[in-house]
Design a protein around this ligand. Structure first.
Ligand code: IVH
Length: 674
């Protein structure tokens, strides 16, 4: 027992120190070193140890405090009423326990009416208005004393300097969140990178860093926004009955209020509101990290009261974390279909953004160097919406001694050829093409994939064995496989060997577009393959086409033309094509007549997120039939972005470029009239 006690005491002390340091990093220096979710875990552990052994809990513990002391560089402002923090409910049960406590304190068994608000991810601010005139702004600081940031706040366009409308109180302290919308954040970081400066880790830091500038001219250049979510001091007017009516008043006086606020009565409606906001999360133009539930009735709020650091009438429910820490177990190098050499970090499994992540690409050498990820490092992994997971940064404080800088290999790890990196290119490549087993494997996987010749049952593991055994070197070899060869492979039953042969047979009739795509010509994706097929109509014409003729094809520029010409120039490629045709792969000639003109002809679409009424392929085909083009990335040339559920970065980009965004409903309507 004594031993356990000593250990608990020591752990509590260690947690306090660690959390205090993180508080300082986050609140004062605006450079948090660990993700919020990992910070929350430390706080939870501390809270639970203090509950279990209250004799070791100090009144200075971070569990008893809000934020961190203000910086000395700004004048200090005493808050007339403390600026509090919020307790968290981590799941439905914890929210239900909160709701039960509220009902107990309210002395009722009736369902409670809550206002459900987005939990904005920025920093808390207090704005003081006298007779409707903005006079002072202060950060939260440690809750009692904050920093005077009045001059900086004056530069934030969303914050009115004069209130308008009826019944403005002589003294009004508005509280709310200053934040940076995602589009503004992306643009700011882009500028920072171009200028050789360090980009901000996330919009919250960028907002905090921008507001804490000593020179308000700098703040003025930062795209900050603001939503009010409550009041501090108010004098000379009666309080309304509910938080909701308070919001209406604030809004009438010209203060911005989030349009995502809703009323929910009882726990199950509250859960629904949480789920619905979680689905919308990636569609919003600003980051939110959860919802805040507040008892709607202000008298009831008053009756329920506060504990030292947080109100008892409100609770935050965070969304699943999009950033988490984990460890890099190894760094491998992968060789892709076109010889691209990509470093990949193997991670201790980490649950982030709703999935377990074990691998994450490090893209290329420059990115590797910039992030300096090493084996054994603790890293922050981010997965937001439908975006592929990435390593945001290394937690340098946790770097062990003796870690070594990772260097890209000089030779291809598969075939040993010397790796090349063309000038001005970020990607290093193995130049051996189809002499490199990795590139053979990847090109055959691509050939057999669903969007190409769609050879069902010919999975990656089978292809790898066939290439390793020297039985397949080109896609044409696939069609010479025998039942015996297939059933001799590991992990393949006799029946599935038969099925694979059948699938090979079934794959032979195809289209010219699919065949071209399956060949894996560099830069020729599905859309380009389709344009080429439509333009030239048959393979011969394409093979003989000159650079100039190729450039006439819509969407084909000089790089693609060059790649196509080089591909067909290679004897090996011509042989593979001849082999495939001889094996019976066939397609009808395409008619080269131009499609019927529709109002969508030539319009450029990007599809993102999940559509509930049709698959993405189907949506794409339908659009193409109507003469529209479907591309993979959003640019100024994009006409429409169709945003299904869980749309992520593409939607954000569309919004930042002011491109028309269609919901699934809008999209279906558009298809219906054409
Ligand atoms: S109410 C007395 N409402 O979250 C209640 N806070 O974790 C205090 N926040 O310091 C806050 N969105 O910076 C409230 N709709 C919202 C919020 C919100 C974001 C922030 C705020 C606060 C922190 C507490």
């Amino acid at each position: 027992m004594i031993a356990t006690n000593t250990r608990v005491k020591a752990r509590i002390q260690q947690l306090c120190e660690e959390i205090n340091q993180h508080n300082k990093n986050y609140y004062q220096l605006d450079v948090p070193k660990i993700p919020d979710a990992d910070y929350d875990d430390l706080m939870r552990e501390l809270r639970s140890l203090e509950k279990q052994s209250p004799q070791f809990a100090s009144h200075n513990s971070p569990t008893q405090r809000v934020g961190s002391a203000p910086l000395n560089s700004f004048q200090q402002v005493e808050h007339k009423t403390p600026m509090l923090s919020l307790d968290n409910a981590f799941d439905d049960e914890e929210f239900e326990a909160f709701d039960k406590r509220v009902r107990d304190r309210a002395g009722t068994t009736d369902s409670i009416e809550y206002l459900v608000e987005p939990k904005l991810d920025g920093l808390a601010i207090s704005l003081l208005y006298r007779d409707g005139k903005f006079v002072q702004a202060a950060t939260r600081g440690d809750g009692k004393t904050g920093e005077n940031v009045t001059e900086n706040i004056r530069t934030v366009g969303a914050i009115p300097l004069l209130l308008s409308g009826e019944g403005i109180p002589p003294v009004l302290e508005v509280r709310g969140e200053v934040f940076m919308p995602v589009a503004g954040f992306d643009a700011l970081n882009q500028r920072a990178i171009e200028a050789g400066d360090k980009p901000f880790a996330n919009p919250r830091n960028a907002a905090a860093g921008s507001l804490r500038q000593l020179d308000s001219k700098i703040t003025a250049t930062r795209p900050l926004a603001f939503y009010a979510y409550g009041i501090g001091v108010i004098e000379g007017v009666e309080l309304p009955i509910t938080q909701q009516i308070l919001f209406e008043r604030l809004s009438n006086w010209g203060l911005p209020i989030s349009d995502q606020v809703q009323v929910a009565v009882g726990a199950s409606r509250c859960h629904q509101a949480y789920e619905s906001l979680a689905t919308k999360r990636s569609l919003l133009p600003y980051e939110i990290d959860g919802v805040v539930y507040k008892v709607n009735n202000l008298e009831l709020q008053d009756k329920i009261g506060f504990v030292s650091r947080a109100p008892r009438w409100a609770v935050a429910r965070k969304f699943p974390a999009q950033e988490k820490m984990t460890e890099v177990i190894a760094i491998d190098v992968q060789v892709g279909r076109t010889g691209a050499i990509t470093p990949v970090a193997r991670l201790a499994p980490v649950f982030v953004g709703g999935v377990t992540v074990v691998n994450v690409t490090l893209h290329n050498e420059d990115e590797m160097r910039r992030k300096d990820v090493r084996v054994g490092d603790t890293v922050v992994v981010r997965r937001a919406g439908d975006v592929i997971p990435e390593i945001v940064s290394v937690v340098l404080e946790k770097r062990r001694q003796n870690t070594v800088v990772f260097n890209m290999p000089v030779d291809c790890p598969i075939c040993g050829s010397e790796v090349e990196r063309a000038e001005g290119e970020a990607i290093a490549r193995c130049p051996s093409g189809l002499l490199c087993a990795a590139q053979i494997k990847e090109s055959i996987k691509h050939f057999a994939s669903r969007r190409a010749l769609d050879i069902e049952g010919l999975g990656d593991k089978i292809i790898e064995q066939l290439v390793d055994r020297g039985q397949v070197r080109t896609p044409a070899d696939l069609y010479c496989l025998t039942q015996g060869q297939l059933s001799a492979l590991e992990r393949i039953a006799e029946k599935s060997a038969d099925n694979t042969l059948l699938a090979l047979e079934k794959s032979k009739p195809t289209t010219l577009a699919k065949f071209l795509y399956a060949l894996g010509i560099r830069e020729v994706g599905e859309v380009t393959a389709k344009s080429l097929a439509e333009h030239f109509g048959n393979l011969n014409a394409l093979q003989e086409a000159s650079l100039e003729a190729l450039e006439e094809v819509s969407g084909v520029g000089s790089t693609v033309s060059q790649r196509v010409v080089s591909f067909f120039e290679l004897e090996h490629n011509r042989e593979v094509i001849a082999g495939l045709i001889q094996a019976g792969v066939n397609w009808p000639d395409e008619s080269t007549t131009s499609p019927v003109e529709t109002a969508l002809s030539g319009k450029v679409f990007v599809l993102t997120g999940v559509l509930s009424s049709m698959g993405r392929d189907q949506a794409k085909q339908t659009l193409q039939l109507l003469g529209a083009k479907v591309t993979g990335s959003v640019s100024k040339k994009t006409d429409y972005v169709v945003a299904g559920e869980n749309s992520g970065s593409k939607l954000k980009k569309a919004l930042s470029l002011d491109i028309t965004v269609l919901s699934e409903d809008d999209f279906l309507k558009l298809l219906a009239i054409h």
